[in-house]
Design a protein around this ligand. Structure first.
Ligand SMILES: [Zn+2]
Length: 235
């Protein structure tokens, strides 16, 4: 599963600029945060840009198409005298795209509504990045840069983190992504390394008992600590 994240605008195209903010900076920041959050799930991600560079609309779609992405999301901030959140799919988009849009729209709208911004709804529009991408694609317009109230929300880093989280939650739900199972694997790796170093002799015991909700024998833990001390810490 591959998700393509498209931070709107960039380089010589700043997008909307108002209240001391530039759309291209906000979309990149939210996109990078979203990309980091998705690393916790069993999904590969690509960004159409990860820095402040010029990139054309067709080029953005081409990046997603040539990577065979399964889903494309374009991140924008609105302008033009309004307030609140809206999302877009292409007018000829598939039912599948519409249902993905509905799920992701809801998780994002929940965040905005709980911060007293209005939900402007799920919409359709003939936008190049939605038309030229071959996979389900949506575009989200996160508040209005030229509204003081909206800009004040977007200005705060923790709010941008919350926006990225709400987008992530929607993508995880819509695409049924599973959490990465790194914790258990890495503990197994650690235990095997301890056996190899001669610090513990029974990997089975530690793999079974050194886990959340389980207990280890105090004598065993004491021996473990003593061996670590002998091997690595003794002056
Ligand atoms: Zn834009």
């Amino acid at each position: 599963m591959i998700v393509c994240i498209d931070p709107g605008h960039g380089g010589t195209d700043p997008g909307g600029c108002s209240n001391g903010l530039r759309e291209k900076d906000l979309t990149l920041d939210i996109s990078l945060k979203l990309n980091n959050l998705l690393k916790n799930y069993e999904v590969d991600t690509i960004l159409t840009r990860d820095k402040d560079i010029d990139i054309g609309l067709s080029q953005r779609a081409n990046i997603a198409n040539s990577a065979n992405a399964d889903f494309f999301i374009s991140i924008h901030v609105n302008a033009g005298g309004g307030s609140g959140f809206e999302s877009y799919r292409h007018p000829a988009a598939s039912d599948k795209t519409a249902s993905i849009q509905a799920i992701i729209h809801r998780t994002i709208a929940n965040l905005y509504e709980s911060n007293n911004f209005i939900d402007r709804g799920e919409k359709t529009k003939n936008l190049a990045v939605l038309r030229e991408t071959k996979m389900p694609a949506i575009l989200v317009e996160n508040l209005f840069i030229d509204s003081v109230k909206d800009a004040n929300f977007l200005r705060e880093e923790n709010n941008r983190q919350a926006i990225a989280q709400s987008i992530c939650n929607g993508i995880v739900q819509a695409l049924e992504l599973k959490k990465q199972k790194t914790e258990n694997n890495s503990l197994d790796t650690v235990i095997d390394a301890f056996v190899k170093a001669g610090i513990i002799s029974s990997s089975e015991y530690w793999k079974q008992n050194a886990a959340q909700g389980k207990q280890c024998d105090g004598e065993y833990v004491a021996t473990l600590l003593q061996r670590i001390y002998e091997k690595y810490l003794k002056p």
